[in-house]
Design a protein around this ligand. Structure first.
Ligand SMILES: Cc1cc2nc3c(=O)[nH]c(=O)nc-3n(C[C@H](O)[C@H](O)[C@H](O)COP(=O)(O)OP(=O)(O)OC[C@H]3O[C@@H](n4cnc5c(N)ncnc54)[C@H](O)[C@@H]3O)c2cc1C
Length: 277
């Protein structure tokens, strides 16, 4: 969203040995820590975050192993999701093409069970290597049922070091066309021209959240430079010099109005970091 204050520590582990050592040191020192992917689903307060942030963007190994009807891909949690999807498409491997243009990392997408256009990460992910809160890396098998709507079996103190995906053979040209379709649709429907954190609220009562925001009459509603997008009312956009406090106030206002006018409690899909001390 192009807002937010500083992080006191930002750590980039080079490999598994490195991240294990970092977490052990932080645990021993009593310093709280969190894992940061590409930061596309997070709004950081103007004061910043006190926890140490660990970013695994250097952990990007990518390998494919052929199977009878496709391949198993193993990919580092720090790998950019869109690039991973392009690498799959180039090899004629499908299953993730409709998630193209979600701007996060593979680890962030697994944690959030990212999804779009009727496809979600949980459709193809079959396993992951997870750094646990106890400071060890374990291999974990997962299945579709372990995930929910924007919910995954990854805990807040856990890090997805690598993901394993079962992909099926598909026509490379067809995959390209689907990715192109997704891009065109997004460009038309989403305010891609302004900084945002994607959808602010989760769907509620079987309806997309934009419907409630729209019904509450908040299209274009503005606090400072934070604005409910005219193009898509589940997006808050930064029109220029928004502060994180403006965005947080706007989120509060939307929830209040939707509840008082429609009796529905909206729940944030975005994460707010550093707002409670
Ligand atoms: C323009 C725009 C469009 C978007 N469209 C969509 C969409 O269509 N569908 C959708 O689902 N989302 C969408 N998003 C939201 C966001 O891109 C996704 O949630 C994405 O998966 C977040 O990935 P990230 O790497 O940026 O994670 P971050 O924002 O950095 O982190 C999100 C959460 O994941 C955790 N996390 C990050 N990396 C790891 C890791 N390796 N291991 C464990 N936990 C980790 C963080 O601690 C945090 O809790 C959109 C965002 C934007 C800005």
């Amino acid at each position: 969203m192009r807002v937010g204050g500083p992080a006191k520590w930002l750590l980039y582990p080079a490999d598994r040995t490195d991240i294990l050592a970092m977490v052990r040191h932080l645990n021993d020192s009593g310093i709280p820590y969190r894992f940061l992917g590409n930061g596309t689903n997070i709004i950081v307060s103007d004061e910043g975050v006190k926890a140490a942030l660990i970013r695994i963007t250097k952990m990007t190994r990518l390998a494919f192993e052929k199977t009878r009807d496709g391949a198993i891909a193993e990919v580092g949690g720090g790998y950019p999701l869109a690039r991973f999807i392009r690498e799959c498409a180039k090899r004629g491997l499908g299953g993730l093409e409709r998630l193209y243009w979600i701007p996060g990392s593979v680890g962030g997408a697994i944690k959030m069970n990212a999804g779009s256009f009727d496809q979600s990460i949980s459709d193809t992910v079959i396993g992951m290597d997870v750094l646990t809160a106890r400071g060890e890396i374990i291999e974990k098998a997962v299945k579709f049922e372990d995930f929910g709507y924007r919910v995954s079996p990854v805990g807040r103190q856990e890090c997805v070091i690598a993901g394993r995906f079962r992909l099926r053979t598909a026509d490379a040209e067809d995959l390209e066309q689907q990715m192109e379709y997704v891009y065109r649709e997004r460009k038309e429907r989403h305010p891609m021209e302004y900084p945002s954190a994607g959808s602010v609220f989760k769907a509620a009562k079987g309806r997309s959240a934009w419907w409630f925001v729209e019904k509450a009459g908040l299209r274009g509603y503005r606090i400072g430079d934070a604005c409910v997008s005219e193009k898509h009312t589940n997006f808050i956009v930064n029109m220029g010099r928004a502060r994180a406090a403006d965005i947080a106030a706007l989120i509060g206002k939307i929830k209040e109005e939707v509840f008082s006018k429609l009796g529905v409690t909206l729940e944030e899909e975005v994460e707010l970091w550093g707002f409670n001390g």
